[in-house]
Design a binder for this molecule. Structure first.
Ligand code: HEC
Length: 112
């Protein structure tokens, strides 16, 4: 078969489909913050200072998100694994990989 317009179109479609794939979703810390506000903040206080300490549900038994973010033993890969599997007493949050990446990116902003 000779390379006609169809294969050219097909090639273009394939390039569009696959080439930018890794760039389509760069982890979005802002979206991660929204996810954390909605799904994590009911249990995890964001940080130990300021108004956040008064958030309903934050307790000493639950580490703050900032303290998790600052812990050198809890790097991005560790966090991804933690969030991928259910961890009682944490509910199974069923976050997608994209959402997990966003939350991890958000946590990284807290560690600075
Ligand atoms: C229903 C309450 C609850 C919710 C909601 C919740 N957590 Fe947790 N989380 C906990 C508790 C309690 C622990 C402590 C578990 C333990 O020590 O075994 C914990 C532990 C963790 C740890 C491990 C900390 C460490 O140093 O071992 C991480 C990371 C974490 N949570 C992140 C999150 C994130 C991110 C979210 C939101 C996407 C979230 N959690 C939502 C209750 C919750």
């Amino acid at each position: 078969m000779k390379a006609g317009p169809i294969s050219a179109i097909l090639a273009a479609v394939l390039i569009v489909l696959f080439a930018p794939a890794p760039a389509v979703h760069a982890a979005d810390a802002e979206n991660g913050r929204r996810i954390a506000d909605r799904w994590c903040a009911s249990c995890h206080v964001v940080s130990g200072s300021g108004a956040a300490t008064n958030r309903v549900g934050g307790t000493d038994a639950v580490p703050t998100l900032a303290s998790i973010a600052r812990d050198p033993a809890r790097g991005p890969n560790w966090l991804r694994q933690w969030l991928t599997a259910p961890h009682p007493p944490m509910p199974n949050l069923n976050l997608s990989r994209t959402e997990i990446d966003d939350v991890v990116a958000y946590l990284e902003t807290l560690s600075r």
